[in-house]
Design a protein around this ligand. Structure first.
Ligand SMILES: Cc1ncc(COP(=O)(O)O)c(C=O)c1O
Length: 375
């Protein structure tokens, strides 16, 4: 079956965060990370079916959800994960915050930057000190700077938090890179939190996502891995995430931070994610092909400014030479709503979400071209 990713769907009147920010203005939104593509019918159908029942009460997690997730890990990565390693959460970001709350108040975490901005909110949220260590940039490609990370580490540093694939730089870390990170983690006796929500959005055909706790099993016992189907299948409004925590002691510490603060996902969220994890259709490959095409279209406009991204639908674009005092205002005046790099930890960049149908993307790229020429 051929899916149509180029249909323009009117999202007005859905209170979509992406659109609301610029409601009433001629500003096309390419900022927050959701896609302008329809959720596939194999997810919508079971949701509709559930809504045939008139009561939506408190709902226990279905065992079939964990089974679907376990089968998905086995199918994609050959990773056999027992049921008791899995902790279900209403989102990846709550899981990140819970993980950092495992640290003692005087312990620190280390975060390579730029990074998805909720990572940089962890210090304020958890009151744990955070060391932000810049990724190294070489020939448009970002990588973890393990020697800068080693310089930053001190006896109070107990955890590293990464995103792989990396948002916003689009890196899909190789086995060598993950192995070197694992050595670093072991050498400094650290815990690792690996946010792998973008794992199915690998665009380079010669790359594959490697869940670090499976690819480098030596550090599995020190690792909290965070997964969700919500990014790939465009259902972030039905938050549902799985933490994989192999070590029982670490899992106990992780669960202890939950308290009554973090609820379970709701019944519709369970249903949508279960249908997503059970998907073996051609939907993801077709989505990836569309995103690959869109990436090339953005690259044709942004050129050398755009980092070499291997994964995600987010282009990280260097605008430092434009020397803008008001980054948001500049792009908005060209009719573009982009994510400013500053909250990701790097000024002089913007992030462009290209998960849009071609007619919308074409118009956005016309505006991007003008905004980069500074006319
Ligand atoms: C790296 C990364 N982690 C987490 C999230 C959000 O996860 P959730 O909605 O499950 O909290 C995003 C959304 O863009 C993301 O890019």
């Amino acid at each position: 079956m051929a899916y149509n990713f180029d249909a323009v769907i009117d999202r007005r009147n859905t209170n979509a965060t992406k659109l609301q920010k610029y409601a009433g203005a001629d500003i096309l939104p390419f900022w927050i990370a959701d896609m302008d593509f329809a959720v596939p019918e194999f997810i919508l159908a079971p949701l509709r079916e559930r809504l045939e029942h008139p009561i939506i009460g408190y709902t226990k997690k279905p065992d079939s959800l964990t089974l679907a997730f376990q089968n998905w890990l086995m199918h994609h990565y050959g990773w056999q994960v027992p049921e008791d390693w899995v902790v279900w959460l209403p989102g990846v970001v709550p899981g990140l915050n819970m993980a950092v709350n495992m640290l003692a108040p005087d312990q620190q975490l280390l975060v390579p930057t730029p990074i998805y901005y909720p990572f940089l909110d962890l210090q304020e949220n958890t009151k744990r000190e955070q060391l932000a260590v810049p990724l190294a940039l070489s020939d448009g490609k970002w990588s973890m700077d393990l020697s800068a990370m080693a310089d930053a580490v001190n006896p109070q540093t107990k955890m590293v938090c990464i995103a792989n694939p990396q948002n916003p730089t689009g890196r899909c870390y190789s086995l060598d890179e993950l192995g070197a990170l694992a050595d670093f983690i072991e050498r400094h006796n650290l815990l690792l939190v690996s946010d792998e929500i973008h794992c199915q959005l690998i665009l380079d055909e010669d790359k594959a996502h490697l869940p670090i706790a499976h690819a480098v099993p030596e550090i599995a016992q020190r690792t909290v891995s965070l997964f969700a189907a919500t990014k790939t299948y465009n259902i972030p409004g039905l938050g549902c995430a799985a933490a994989v925590v192999p070590d029982p002691h670490l899992r106990k510490r992780f669960l202890a931070t939950r308290g009554d603060l973090v609820p379970g996902p709701g019944p519709l969220n369970y249903i949508a994610s279960e249908a997503a994890f059970n998907d073996r259709s051609d939907w993801v490959p077709q989505l990836q092909a569309t995103l690959r095409r869109n990436r090339a279209l953005v690259e044709a406009v942004a050129g050398h400014r755009m980092s070499k991204m291997e994964a995600t639908y987010l282009a990280w674009i260097d605008i430092a030479d434009l020397q803008l005092n008001d980054v948001d205002g500049h792009f908005e005046s060209h009719g573009l709503g982009l994510s400013n790099g500053a909250p990701f930890g790097h000024e002089g960049y913007v992030r462009f979400n290209f998960a849009s149908p071609k007619p919308v993307l074409d118009e956005g790229l016309k505006r991007l071209r003008a905004s980069l020429q500074n006319d």
